[in-house]
Design a protein around this ligand. Structure first.
Ligand code: BGC
Length: 395
């Protein structure tokens, strides 16, 4: 099997003659073969397939990024959605680890942001209102009484244009969307690029860039729901989670920050040492009651130091470990509390309560109305630039 695989990899980088050399030399170790093999197994591919048309007749494509270490990611130009993400378990078997649907139609119907890019403002803005330079802006109230995730269409229901790039050890998909001045109520024409890069070493980088022609607010994130067990009938309560945060942003009953930052010590929100999600999720705790579980933004440690470790999740059964790195100040850990068994799984059945979790790197919720929080304002001439890495391995 190995011999066959290696020969197939070889096709892209070698002539037929040298490929034969590779195949033969696989049986015996020879220096040139090792070099060729290293090159071949490092390459990451990207391929495009038409995925369908929306009801409005817009063409949607699907891009498949694939490496030789069992990782495969499918991304749609609709919403920049990660529709599928396969990674190996400890036995080397590659399986699906994100919640998703099996048709475009389903994504265009009720979709609680499965796999989607979120913007222009990820998370909630209180009462859908904020003020910039004395002018008040009003957003759609799509999560009463607040605005959530950029509005009803946001960036998760729009078509992104796509450009592919392949550079040996990595393949990238650069998505672009221009959000018009006052679209979803936000000021300024905002040009957004999101680049997904799959590396040979099972990491998926998500790079966000944006510029505006008028003062606006921006907070972009990725909304994949993970279940590292690959068994989507199973709640994620056994996953062992770490969040590198000493502080939490407590919320009111409508999930808007109270404005304080509280210490996580001796609370169900202390994930500084790995802890099963289920350990304290049902604890008698005011914040857990408000979130109906975990649905909060943590204040990440080591702020202002660029990319650093933010969080991890480990599923002992499969051995899969997900580590999240980011330069963002916060991370929303959402335990799929609103999944209620109404949305269809890819293979039949429905997604039940807490069968997926999200780790959404971001600025703090409602920052435009919270003067003490780091700013989310973007001015003309400034570049919004941030990066999040999802790194998969087994242990
Ligand atoms: C929010 C949840 C919300 C979910 C949408 C999360 O980012 O924090 O409150 O229900 O997105 O499915």
């Amino acid at each position: 099997m190995n011999v066959i695989k290696r020969c197939i990899y070889g096709i892209s980088i070698m002539s037929l003659t040298s490929m034969n050399v590779q195949c033969k030399s696989d049986k015996k170790t020879e220096t040139p073969a090792t070099t060729l093999e290293a090159k071949a197994t490092d390459s990451v591919s990207i391929a495009k397939t038409p995925y369908g048309k929306t009801a409005k007749g817009e063409q949607v494509d699907r891009f498949t990024l694939k490496n030789h270490h069992g990782m495969e990611v499918n991304i749609l130009t609709y919403g920049g959605i990660i529709a599928s993400l396969k990674v190996p378990n400890k036995a080397g078997v590659s399986e699906e680890v994100v919640i998703g649907f099996n048709s475009l139609e389903q994504y265009t119907k009720a979709n609680p942001y499965f796999g989607a890019l979120i913007g222009r403002y990820g998370n909630r803005i209180a009462k859908g209102k904020f003020t910039l330079d004395g002018k008040e802006y009003s957003l759609a109230i799509n999560n009463a009484p607040n605005a959530l995730h950029g509005g009803p269409e946001g960036f998760h229901r729009v078509i992104w244009t796509a450009e592919e790039a392949k550079g040996g050890n990595a393949a990238s998909l650069k998505l672009k969307y221009v959000s018009k001045d006052m679209e979803e109520g936000y000021p300024g024409n905002l040009t957004v690029f999101v680049t997904y890069t799959l590396n040979k070493n099972n990491t998926l980088d998500v790079q966000y860039e944006a510029t505006t022609d008028k003062k606006t607010v921006v907070n972009l994130t990725q909304h994949s729901y993970f279940n590292l067990s690959a068994d989507f009938t199973k709640p994620i309560l056994d996953h062992e989670v770490t969040i590198d945060a000493d502080k939490l942003i407590p919320v009111d009953a409508t999930l808007i920050p109270t404005g304080q930052l509280t210490d996580v010590t001796n609370t169900p929100f202390d994930f500084r040492k790995a802890k099963k999600v289920g350990t304290a999720i049902e604890a008698n705790d005011d914040q857990l009651k408000k979130g109906l579980g975990y649905d909060h933004c943590w204040v990440l440690n080591n702020q202002g130091k660029g990319d650093r470790f933010a969080a991890s999740a480990y599923d002992a059964g499969s051995g899969r470990l997900l580590e999240v790195y980011t330069d963002q100040p916060g991370i929303q850990f959402y335990t799929g509390n609103f999944l209620d068994g109404t949305l269809p799984m890819r293979t039949g059945g429905t997604y039940a309560h807490r069968t997926g979790f999200c780790l959404e790197t971001q600025h703090y919720p409602d920052s435009p109305n919270q003067k003490a929080f780091p700013t989310t304002v973007l001015n003309p001439g400034e570049n919004y630039k941030t990066k999040t890495t999802f790194k998969f391995s087994v242990k």
